[in-house]
Design a protein around this ligand. Structure first.
Ligand code: S3P
Length: 434
């Protein structure tokens, strides 16, 4: 296990092109793998999670070329995936496991077993297994389907209606993908307010997918030209850019621009929260890349005050909570994070891992069942902290180190490879040391 020592930076300056969006990179490979034709994906995220997705589709007979951030997918069509000869290893990636389980559950004749690393094997899977079973899918797994490895026996599904009780884009996507090769309409209702990249991309590939209010419906294509291959440039990941947004906001001598970042409204709750805390944010050059809006975002040194983060905005910033917690600790006043019990279902239990690390940095913070309450202190102490194998924790603690008094020692620093392999290079690029 690698570890890194970091100390405060004198100045933060620069412009960065953050890596491609993780959620969109996964979907670009998955959906083009089952599309008709060849697609070229640029600014793909070559992080470990998305490489797991590529490996899984190669194991099902899809020819995929990958050189750094350029990927060419030779689609095999909706009926073209081959049964994998071995267990599919999804690594650390919940998106790979959950979306593929949905997709494969709807392919007649398919049999697959999906597993992953220790973290993924401990994450809850009933959230996909129960709704997919309600459509008639045949799935199993450890503890009656609660935990991976999961086994999938594919069959033609006939659609149906399912009300989501948690705002999970992975579950929403798994249900929609399950009927792609089926013969009936799927309607997902309830908490469909998670990220909508699946809806946007499938619509761009000619699939009949509609969102009316909170109801998302997908009608399986009858014509074999659908879905058609879709070449694209993947937008920069707002979840990766958020580390630089917070770093610039909390540092007394900073101005950082993140270029070409995805501005999908289901993803940028962190920007709204930072603005509400008093951050100096400028959004420029708003444009569309494929089916997603992008922009250049500049954040400069700010005086932050505590805030309340709860309710409808939570799904739009759920992955950014570890680094927003660092911003809250550097603010004045109290920050309350609620309605975020989903934090416990991430790569680590991000309520306890965040609370413990902030305490080690000298912050007063209390965990709650669905969030935490942070007493802003305006300063952080260097400490020994651990990523616990969670990429977003490693990067949040690195951001804290840029302003901490004393050295920060981050164990498990290699976890950044999951979503931001060049993170340590980029932090060196923008930091000027004394
Ligand atoms: C993702 C959805 C979110 C997010 C994860 C990626 C996706 O998870 O936390 O990093 O690509 O659909 P949930 O669907 O569990 O909310």
């Amino acid at each position: 296990m690698a570890s890194r020592q970091l100390s405060a930076a004198l100045r933060l300056r620069g412009a960065l092109s953050v890596p491609g969006d993780k959620s969109i990179s996964h979907r670009a490979v998955m959906f083009n793998a089952i599309a008709e034709g060849k697609a070229e994906i640029t600014h793909f995220l070559p992080g470990a999670d998305c490489l797991s997705t590529i490996a899984c589709f190669r194991a099902m007979g899809v020819h995929i070329e990958q050189h750094a951030d350029r990927v060419v997918v030779h689609g095999v069509g909706l009926r073209g995936l081959k049964e994998p000869q071995d267990v599919l290893d999804c690594g650390n990636s919940g998106t790979t496991l959950r979306l593929m389980t949905g997709l494969l559950a709807g392919i007649d004749g398919m049999y697959a077993v999906l597993t992953g690393d220790a973290s993924l094997r401990s994450r809850p899977q009933r959230r996909i297994v129960d709704p997919l079973r309600s459509l008639g899918a045949t799935l199993d797994g450890r503890e009656h389907g609660a935990l991976a490895p999961l086994s999938v026996r594919g069959a033609t599904l006939h659609g149906g209606r399912y009300e989501l009780m948690i705002a999970s884009a992975q579950v929403k996507s798994a249900l929609l993908l399950a009927v792609l090769s089926g013969d009936g309409v799927m309607a997902v209702t309830g908490r469909t307010d998670g990220r909508d990249h699946t809806e946007r991309m499938l619509a761009g590939m000619g699939i009949d997918i509609q969102t009316r209010g909170a109801v998302v419906t997908l009608t399986p294509p009858v014509h074999p030209v659908f879905p058609y291959a879709l070449s694209m440039r993947v937008p920069g990941d707002p979840s990766s850019a958020a580390f630089w947004w917070v770093a610039a906001a909390i540092h007394p001598n900073a101005e950082i621009t993140t270029m070409g970042v995805g501005m999908n409204p289901t993803r940028i709750g962190a920007l709204d929260v930072l603005r509400a805390m008093g951050a100096r944010v400028t959004v420029q050059n708003v444009r569309n890349e494929g089916s997603e809006p992008v922009a250049d975002v500049t954040v400069a040194s700010s005086t932050l005050k505590g805030t309340t983060i709860q309710g409808a905005i939570i799904p739009a910033l759920i992955d950014e909570i570890p680094v927003l917690a660092v911003a809250a600790a550097m603010a004045t006043g109290e920050t309350r994070i609620a309605d975020a019990a989903e934090l416990k279902a991430k790569e680590t239990d991000r309520i306890s891992t965040v609370v413990n690390a902030l305490r080690a940095m000298g912050v007063r913070v209390e965990p709650m069942a669905d969030g935490m309450v942070i007493q802003g202190r305006g300063q952080l102490d260097g400490a020994k902290v651990d990523s616990h194998g969670d990429h977003r924790l490693a990067m949040a603690w690195a951001v804290a180190a840029l302003v901490a008094r004393g050295e920060m020692r981050i164990a498990g620093s290699e976890a950044v490879d999951v979503s931001y392999p060049d993170f340590w290079r980029d932090i060196a690029t923008i930091s000027e040391q004394g």
